[in-house]
Ligand binder design. Structure first.
Ligand code: HSE
Length: 317
C-alpha cells in the first residue's frame, strides 16, 4: 500500500448542555486527506487546498498531531528497527477553518487515523484521540476532545473524564438529522473560551447535569421529546450567543417549524439544530437560510444525518 485516502467528518461539539464533553459527527461536509508513508524522516505537508492554513509546522494541527503519534510510535516500537519513517500529507479542506464544525479536529483526527493504518494499527482509538487532542491544543489553546472523539469514533460521544481519558460512544438514533448554518464571521475558539466564567451557580449546574443525563437517556430511548427538552445550555450559550447575529431568532424560528432544539456548534459561529427525520431537517435548514438572507452576513448551510462510523479510509495502491 502506497498510502491512504482519508475522509474526516465535520463535527458538532458541546451539543447544547454538554460543554467540552458531548459531540457528534456529520456525514457532510468532510475533509479529504492523502497520506503517504515514506522512508524520508519527517512530516511534510505538500499542499493544502481550499484554504490558507499555517505553513509553520508548529502551528499546523495535522503536523502537530502526527508528530505526537510518531514520537510515541518510535518509543514503543524500538526506534532502531524502523528509524527512517516520514509522512507526506496533502489536505483538501472542505470544512472551513474557524467555522465551529470541527475543521481543526478533522485534520488532526484524519492524519492520526491514517498514519495508524500505515503503521499497522499499533494504537487504539483512545490513543488516537489523545494525539489528535494535541492538534486541538495548538488550534485553540485547549486540548478538548468533543470534536476529535466523534470524528474518530463516529456517532455521538461523551467524555466522562479527561484525566484519565474516558470516552464512550452513545447510541445515536438513525432518524436524527442535523441542520447547520455557518455565518461567515470569525470567532476564535480561544477568544470564545476566554469570555466564559470560571465559576457556575449551583442552580445552573443542577439544570445542566439534569439535561446532560436526560439527553443521553433520550438518545438511547429514541425519545425525541426528552431529547428536545434536554437541548438547553444555561452556562455557556448565554455568554457566547452575543457573538452570533440573530442567534435567538434562529432558534425560535427553527423550533417553530419543528426542530427539536439546538444551540451553538462548538465555539461558533455555526449554529446547529437537531430534527427527527430528513424532511423536517430540510425545512429547518430553509428557515435558517430565510433568517440569514435578511442580514448582511454571508453564510453557508448544511443538512446531514449523523455519521455513525467516523473517519473513512481507502487504500492508495
Ligand atoms: N468544546 C469546545 C468549545 C469546542 O466549545 O470551546 C470547540 O470547537
Amino acid at each position: 500500500m502506497k498510502g491512504v485516502k482519508i475522509f474526516a467528518p465535520a463535527t458538532v461539539a458541546n451539543l447544547a448542555c454538554g460543554f467540552d464533553v458531548i459531540g457528534l459527527a456529520l456525514d457532510f461536509p468532510e475533509d479529504e486527506i492523502f497520506l503517504y508513508k515514506s522512508n524520508t524522516p519527517g512530516i511534510h505537508i505538500h499542499k493544502i487546498h481550499g484554504t490558507s492554513l499555517p505553513t509553520d509546522p508548529k502551528k499546523n494541527v495535522a503536523f502537530v498531531a502526527l508528530q505526537f503519534l510518531l514520537k510515541k510510535y518510535q518509543q514503543i516500537e524500538n526506534f532502531h528497527k524502523e528509524k527512517k519513517i516520514g509522512f507526506e500529507i496533502e489536505l483538501i479542506k472542505n470544512i472551513h477553518p474557524g467555522s465551529g464544525i470541527g475543521s481543526s479536529a478533522a485534520s488532526a483526527a484524519g492524519v492520526v487515523f491514517g498514519a495508524n493504518i500505515l503503521l499497522g494499527n499499533p494504537f487504539n482509538k483512545n490513543q488516537l484521540i489523545r494525539f489528535a487532542m494535541e492538534g486541538e491544543r495548538i488550534a485553540s489553546g485547549s486540548a478538548h476532545a468533543d470534536n476529535v472523539a466523534p470524528a474518530i469514533m463516529g456517532g455521538v460521544t461523551l467524555v466522562r473524564s479527561y484525566n484519565p481519558l474516558d470516552i464512550t460512544k452513545i447510541h445515536a438514533p438513525s432518524e436524527l438529522w442535523v441542520s447547520i448554518i455557518h455565518p461567515q464571521i470569525e470567532i476564535k475558539t480561544s477568544d470564545a473560551r476566554e469570555i466564559l466564567k470560571q465559576k457556575v451557580l449551583m442552580t445552573d449546574a443542577i439544570h445542566q447535569w439534569g439535561n446532560v443525563g436526560a439527553l443521553i437517556a433520550g438518545l438511547y430511548q429514541e425519545n425525541y421529546g426528552l431529547i428536545s427538552r434536554s437541548l438547553e445550555d444555561r452556562i455557556v450559550e448565554p455568554i457566547r450567543a452575543t457573538l452570533i447575529p440573530a442567534f435567538y431568532e434562529l432558534k425560535i424560528k427553527c423550533k417553530e417549524i419543528g426542530a427539536l432544539g439546538g444551540g451553538i456548534s462548538g465555539s461558533g459561529p455555526s449554529v446547529f439544530m437537531l430534527s427527527k427525520g430528513n424532511d423536517i431537517a430540510k425545512k429547518v435548514t430553509e428557515v435558517m437560510n430565510r433568517v440569514y438572507s435578511t442580514l448582511k452576513v454571508d453564510y453557508k448551510t448544511y443538512t446531514s444525518p449523523i455519521n455513525q462510523n467516523g473517519v473513512k479510509w481507502f487504500k492508495i495502491i
